[in-house]
Design a protein around this ligand. Sequence first.
Ligand code: SAH
Length: 500
Amino acid sequence: MSAVVPGLPLVLDLDGRDVLVVGGGPVAAAKARQLLAVGARVTMVAPHFDEASHFDVASDLAGLPGQAVHAAGRPTARATLNGLPRLVITATDDEDVTAAVAADAAAARVFHNAADRPEHCSATLMALHRRGDVTVAVSTGGRSPAAAGWLRDRLAATIDAGAERAVRVAAVARDRIRAAGRSSEGLAWRNLLDEAAGLDGGRVAEADDAAADLADRFVRRALSGDAHSSPGGAHGSPDGDRAGRVQLVGAGPGDPGLLTVAAVAALRWADVVVHDALVGDGVLALIPKGTELIDVGKRPGRPVPQEAIGALLVLLARNGRRVVRLKGGDPYVFGRGGEEALALAAAGVAYDVVPGVSAALAAPALAGVPVTQRGLAAAVTVITGHRALSQPPVDWEAAARLGGTLVVLMGVAERAAIAAALQRGGLHPDTPVAVIERASRADQRVLRTRLRSVGDLLVEAPATLVIGEVAALDLRSAGGASSGASAIEGATTELCAAVG
Ligand code: SAH
């Protein structure tokens, strides 16, 4: 069988079992050490044993549970498989030896691994990381050991002290529940694991004690038949309470790199995510498989009524679900998150808010526009351009007299009327305007114009309008933006002229 066939990863119990290692160099010695460390009985066969391998049975292997035997001689004969080892590992430069041993092993129906020769392997080794009871193993089917090791290290970083503690207490709890003759299935294990992993605020010993207490309560509830609440249960309730919880989470403007660490943690914690249309695909891709996704995207012509969303959140939480309400930008900036919070509070459902990076600030920044700048803008005002949602209505003529920068969200449709009202209020028709479409997405577009021409500009939602002197600036670095230093200089010169 070729090594690039995905195969089935297994953990082999080699304790006390025979393994043959063919080869006498440093690679063979390293394999032998790995095998001996898991208790295998290793026979090494090679014409000679390389001094450079520093492989010495007496000293190197003292204290290891397995045992090793050297056998000098050319290991091509079927005799090498005498006694039929469970596994054969070949680590030699001799292509003929590798091929012959592979053939012998295949004939004897013994699994064979050849270092760096995937075409001769019926078994491949994986890049390993062990911490406590957890083993992370990464395979590329033998195609790139370097890549496997690299990925193993990245995954290993996620298995921190909290994760190790969580696994330990869950294992102990499972043993106790099964020892009492009860089923360990269908319990709110994820709640226990989340809670035990998250106890890192205190010192390790305290966290360990607290985790042991949690597990103890979990076991007592399980034995009283009370811990079945799958899926869900309140966050921080390993007892499996039916009361769920909602997190109102800001997803930022679209690029997953602009999520907060708390938002990423919430997406992992959730068992259901209720999201808007504006949430970026890259953000949705971070939600673990198996998490239920509900799209309540308010698409034109097919709006999901706000009350229906509030009612849905309440219903999910009352069913014991761990709910993330994922909204573009910041949940409380024109996201109607405030209304959802009120609906949850009125229903007595526990909730938290995880603030997000709002398009109101991110879109200008990503277009190279600082919303405040010494000498140019001492204030920034964020206004909705959505007529129906602006209750009470915005007094645009008053806004024109505020000075500083105006940032308008949901203003694409009404942009001409907004610009006219601002001019009536005294804002100069030449006031610079920047329009940022789809900020932070791969197809972000920045348009620049003057207040008098805003209505003529072709703009596609979602877009953020920035009105004020700063809108002429483009502080993006020459290397990272479409416009170079000269454009910045030009804009600044123009600005100085306009201001001066
Ligand atoms: N809560 C969101 C805003 C919701 S209102 C936040 O804090 O960002 C929706 C409006 O936000 C859109 O009409 C548009 O004006 C703006 N917006 C959202 N995402 C955007 C993006 N990626 N680029 C530009 N504007 C965006």
